[in-house]
Design a protein around this ligand. Structure first.
Ligand SMILES: [Zn+2]
Length: 580
């Protein structure tokens, strides 16, 4: 009868020539076990039993040799482990400084890990099968690792760790994970996986540096090197422990790249001053910046630690670091979803509707805007925090946009709802179109990258307009016919007076590709124009006090003005047209 055990990773001591023991059908191992060749001895297989993975039977216990191999600590790091443990460092931080790069030992219940570490240090040779620890009765089923952690992972650590300030002790508890879960749940996001981020107080870097110098010293005595990069980072170890726990609560995977981010921000006021001595050594690193509350940013501390000599450091920050009275505080659990982008084309039928809210000195000049009419509905559906509106050019408040409309895109920042079907988009479009001021078509979700198409070749593209022109002198039909024959007319436009307050003064050449006139009466005619994008049509009509040359007025030897202007088409093939 097999009695299932759940084990931390173990070395398989049996030599299995060249076949993976799991595949070779070694008793107690199933093909799901992960076996890798040992680096130092290719004929030895190392069995890595993930404690969340398949069970290992009692007969495979014979493969397990010494207890310390459970921790995967190499013998050479023993002195580091001793040193740290005796100076107030937690077992998980000991694993980090002993360069244990496998996640499973960190996930061991805290008490078990502490016991194993003691055993390893006291060199007590062989161990008994772990029957008492994790015997699961007759069930062949494994319990999840988080369940196991829960059983014994009460805060039995006598004191807060002087390196992680309690993060690897108390802040990977079931209670804390529940706290994260409730925060995420109440925020009400739609997501299918998540990336977990941690913001650590900068003084942890000082404490780590202190421990690293000591560990390095220990290794030097053995004529060995210990690089800072060899040490497992606190963040990494923390994620190894907490990822599976949060995953289980949320019911989705923790991944390294996700649109949804759950972030935890830690601080530890009691030890805030740990960093302060670095100013005396590296003043330049700690210059006040506008946005930061404190000059002691992580970046600045890293820089300063890079500069400071070992002697200077030890003088100012003697080993061992003080044992803190309190654990790190959680100042924030943040959720954020990556932006969603929605694009489409709009028509504007009103001559009293600006494209974006028109506010001068805090006072609203027009009731609404194209931007507001569109985004109001989008914000409701996507439940975003804010938005950014952009478009392929813009029209004046009194200019209509007809034809197939003008491409636009809206970035919805931190949306809570993201699973939006085509049908919802269609309904949304219909809702937006419930006004006679604007009409939207081709409303769709696009990628951030696709937005570039909208701005692509904005200058080179052509635009078509229809203008109602007034002339001072009386005209006959023949007086406007010559315009039809003008092709590729080069004009020079100084920045119009009406936009000088927001655009730099410049002189730009523009091209009027074609014109077509339609006589109306003695003082009016309609002019259809196809021009280079970026041409100021109003100024081309009246001349802007000679700032646009030539212009309709100068060509017709009279004073001309523009009464109405419509954009007939914006020649940008994006976003793709959708079926109605
Ligand atoms: Zn620790």
């Amino acid at each position: 009868m097999f009695v299932p055990y759940i084990l931390p990773p173990v070395h398989v001591t049996r030599t299995v020539r060249s076949v993976c023991p799991a595949r070779a059908g070694v008793a107690g191992l199933c093909a799901a076990h992960t076996c890798v060749r040992a680096e130092h001895c290719p004929s030895t297989w190392v069995l890595l039993v993930d404690i969340a993975g398949p069970c290992i039977s009692s007969s495979s216990w014979e493969f397990v040799r010494k207890s310390h191999e459970m921790l995967l600590i190499e013998e050479k790091y023993k002195s580091i482990a001793k040193l740290l443990l005796s100076s107030g460092t937690c077992p998980r931080c000991v694993l980090r400084f002993c360069c244990v790069g496998s996640s499973a030992p960190y996930r061991l219940p805290y008490k078990n890990l502490a016991d194993e570490l003691q055993k390893f240090l006291s060199n007590d040779g062989d161990i008994a099968p772990p029957s008492k620890k994790v015997r699961l009765g007759d069930s062949e089923e494994c319990r999840s690792e988080t369940e196991i952690t829960r059983d014994t992972d009460v805060n039995e650590a006598p004191q807060t760790c002087n390196l992680c300030l309690g993060i690897l002790q108390h802040l990977c508890s079931t209670e804390f994970v529940k706290q994260i879960f409730h925060k995420v749940q109440s925020a009400g996001y739609e997501f299918q996986d998540f990336v977990f981020s941690v913001s650590l107080p900068p003084q942890l870097l000082v404490r780590e540096h202190s421990a690293w110098l000591q560990a390095q010293e220990e290794m030097r005595r053995q004529d060995r090197l210990l690089e800072k990069a060899d040490i497992i980072q606190l963040k990494e170890a923390y994620k190894w422990i907490i990822h599976p726990m949060i995953s289980e609560e949320l019911g989705v995977q923790a991944v390294s790249k996700s649109l949804f981010e759950v972030g935890v921000v830690f601080c530890h006021q009691d030890t805030d001053e740990d960093c302060h001595f670095l100013v005396t050594v590296c003043k330049d690193c700690f210059k006040p910046t506008k946005n930061k509350q404190s000059v002691f940013t992580r970046m600045a501390v890293v820089k300063a630690l890079d500069k400071i000599t070992d002697d200077d450091f030890v003088t100012h920050f003697p080993w061992p670091p003080s044992t803190p009275k309190t654990t790190c505080q959680v100042i924030d659990i943040q959720c954020n979803h990556a932006s969603v982008f929605v694009a489409g084309r709009y028509n504007k039928y009103s001559r009293t509707l600006p494209q974006t809210p028109w506010v001068i000195d805090g006072e609203r000049k027009m009731e609404s805007s194209v931007e507001e009419l569109i985004t109001e509905q989008l914000m409701t559906v996507f439940q975003a925090d804010s938005f950014n509106f952009s478009s392929s050019g813009r029209e004046d408040v009194d200019v209509r946009t007809l034809g197939r409309g003008r491409p636009f895109a809206i970035e919805l920042v931190n949306p809570h709802r993201v699973r939006v079907t085509e049908q919802v988009m269609k309904d949304l479009q219909q809702k937006i179109n419930g006004t006679d001021k604007i009409k939207v078509r081709d409303l769709q979700i696009v990628t951030r990258e696709a937005l570039a198409h909208m701005k692509e070749g904005e200058e080179e593209k052509t635009k078509c307009y229809s203008a109602l022109i007034w002339t001072e002198k009386t005209i006959r039909k023949e007086d406007v016919e010559f315009l039809n024959d003008i092709k590729e007319l080069k004009i020079l436009q100084k920045t119009p007076l009406r936009v000088l307050h927001r655009r730099p003064l410049a002189s730009r050449p523009r091209i009027i590709h074609t014109m077509k006139s339609e006589y109306m009466d003695e003082h009016h005619f309609r002019l259809y124009l196809k021009t280079q994008a970026g041409t100021y049509i109003k100024e081309f009509a009246h001349g802007d006090f000679g700032r646009t040359v030539p212009n309709i007025g100068s060509m017709m030897k009279t004073t001309a003005d523009i009464l109405e202007l419509d954009v007939e088409s914006v020649d940008v093939d994006w976003p793709p047209a959708l079926e109605d």
